[in-house]
Design a protein around this ligand. Structure first.
Ligand code: FAD
Length: 496
């Protein structure tokens, strides 16, 4: 440890992908005056090179860091994202959008979807998505942002360019970047704490606190400290992905596409300059060759990169923080990118670390608290992802039959039962996904509640008609004023 026995001032970040540079940016901007921060990365090893769809809290993170939105969007070829279109998930030919916005108006006793369900029973045939501004704007391919704009959005971004952007930012705030391949991780013989990273060629980087951002390798957390992994593949059987970049063939739409196929799904992420594509699948149900062939048949535009297979394991490290090492990003675990949650979890991970930062030394209570919060957060995200696979009418392949009939986590089974019986949905304290998200996905996947809250029954048909029309017409009027998303991006990113 530095000068004083337990004091922590030298932070070493191992790895410079999205996780490493997000950690470096946050620590240097917010705690840079108290810490000496070094990041080691290897160009030869490179990064995973995917991770291009995000969710709205990233904007809050950027605001905290004082990142200029136009600069960021220009540097990363970013577009706006209002949600995700899920195609073929509930059944073949289906399509629903999980949008970032709120639906309708809320009464304290029950959420809007109870009113919508009652309206359906009365004979009103509106789609629940008609009551969500973001969803309607996404469908229309429209978007704008301004301090007054009520639209809740996130970004699609180029992962490689984002890491570079954050590197420039972090170096400005004092982060020292070291290029080199870590060949050895040295531990203190007595305490087992990590003391230094040894690079090929012999250079030694000493530190007090280490952040493992070495991706799936988990060089510090797993290979050195031996922190094991909890496997979740019995709930999420996909274990492979083939990413591929293509040229854009038309205007960028403000949403991600997730298209289910017989053994997984395919993503399409529109950036300013290109489209990110990828096929996610389970190697137990589809071979790599089949996956590549399927992807190549379902892309639009000229290929910019060649397809390559990424193999992964779904689950998490037993501890995200062990001894004097915290794992972030892929080194800490992985739940597939169906709802674009990984980058968000890096941000909450580093935020949590800053809140609990062990300036006066690592203590068991800090470590416990960090690990507990991390565990709870990821379990809820996992349940939300499993929901998409499990609640489906699809039985057209071994993969879907497996997903439909598998046992799901108790926490998810409870939520599904509550919604099925009484349309009750909830957001736990600190949980990422809101009631609107749970409802959009549960209904979108084809779950049909048997009952709902009686409160809307107090409304007459005329009142329901007025209520629904009022909401829809105010959304229609906002959407009609919005520019086409592509026009907005062209104009916004060109302007000073
Ligand atoms: P990496 O990008 O792998 O970075 C690891 C770093 O460690 C690199 O700099 C590497 O050089 C360095 N390193 C490793 N070993 C050594 C060594 N020995 N010496 C020196 N340096 C070393 N997330 C989302 O939020 N949205 C998405 O849409 C999304 N899509 C995804 C699609 C797929 C198929 C996958 C697999 C993941 C996706 N993710 C997504 C997750 C996202 O890609 C990651 O969370 C994010 O990129 C962070 O990766 P990382 O920095 O942990 O690892």
């Amino acid at each position: 440890m530095s000068q004083d026995n337990n004091k922590i001032s030298r932070v070493v970040i191992a790895g410079g992908g999205t996780a490493g540079w997000i950690a470096a940016a946050a620590l240097s901007k917010k705690l840079g005056e108290l810490l000496d921060i070094t990041l080691v990365e290897s160009e030869q090893i490179g990064t995973v090179g995917v991770g291009e769809a995000t969710i709205p809290p990233l904007r809050t993170f950027h605001k905290l860091l004082g990142i200029d939105e136009k600069q960021f969007m220009r540097a990363t070829q970013a577009t706006a994202k209002l949600g995700i279109a899920f195609e073929n998930w509930g059944k073949k030919g289906d399509r629903y959008i999980h949008a970032f916005g709120k639906m309708g108006a809320t009464a304290w006793m029950c959420d809007f979807h109870h009113f919508w369900l009652h309206g359906r029973e009365m004979g009103f045939d509106s789609d629940i998505g008609d009551f969500c501004l973001e969803l309607q704007a996404a469908k229309a391919g429209k978007f704008a942002t301004s301090p007054k704009s009520p639209v809740n959005f996130a970004y699609h971004l180029d992962a490689g360019k984002y890491a570079k952007f954050l590197r420039t930012f972090s170096e400005r705030y004092g982060v020292t970047r070291v290029e080199g391949k870590i060949s050895e991780v040295e531990q203190n013989q007595e305490t087992g704490n990590i003391e230094s990273l040894v690079l090929e060629g012999g250079r030694r980087i000493n530190g007090d606190l280490f952040i493992d951002c070495t991706g799936f390798r988990a060089l510090l957390m797993q290979k050195t400290l031996g922190v094991g992994f909890e496997d979740w593949s019995h709930w999420l059987p996909c274990n492979s992905a083939v990413p591929l970049q293509t040229e854009a063939t038309g205007p960028a739409m403000p949403y991600t596409r997730s298209i289910a196929h017989e053994a997984g799904w395919q993503w399409r992420i529109p950036l300013q300059n290109r489209v990110g594509n990828g096929l996610v699948y389970s190697s137990h149900f589809m071979s790599d060759d089949e996956a590549i062939e399927k992807l190549l048949l379902n892309i639009e535009g000229e290929m910019i990169t060649e397809p390559r297979v990424i193999r992964y394991q779904t689950g998490r490290r037993h501890q995200a923080w062990s001894r004097n090492c915290v794992a972030l990003g892929l080194a800490s675990g992985f739940v597939e990118p169906l709802e674009s949650t990984s980058i968000h979890l890096i941000v909450t991970g580093i935020t949590r670390l800053m809140q609990l930062f062990p300036f006066d030394g690592v203590s068991p209570s800090l470590v416990d608290e960090y690990n507990q919060q991390t565990r709870e957060e990821l379990e809820k995200v996992r349940d939300f992802i499993v929901l998409h696979y499990h609640v489906t009418e699809r039985e057209d392949s071994d993969f879907w039959r497996h997903c439909k009939n598998m046992q799901v986590p108790e926490t998810l089974a409870r939520r599904v039962a509550l919604f099925e019986e009484r349309a009750h949905a909830y957001q736990d304290g600190g949980e990422l996904f809101r009631v609107d998200s749970w409802v959009q996905v549960m209904l979108g996947q084809g779950l049909k509640p048997k009952g709902y809250h009686p409160l809307p029954r107090l409304m007459s048909e005329a009142e329901m008609q007025k209520f629904q029309e009022g909401l829809k017409s105010s959304i229609r009027s906002v959407v009609s004023e919005l520019p086409a998303h592509q026009d907005f991006i062209d104009q916004y990113c060109r302007s000073a």
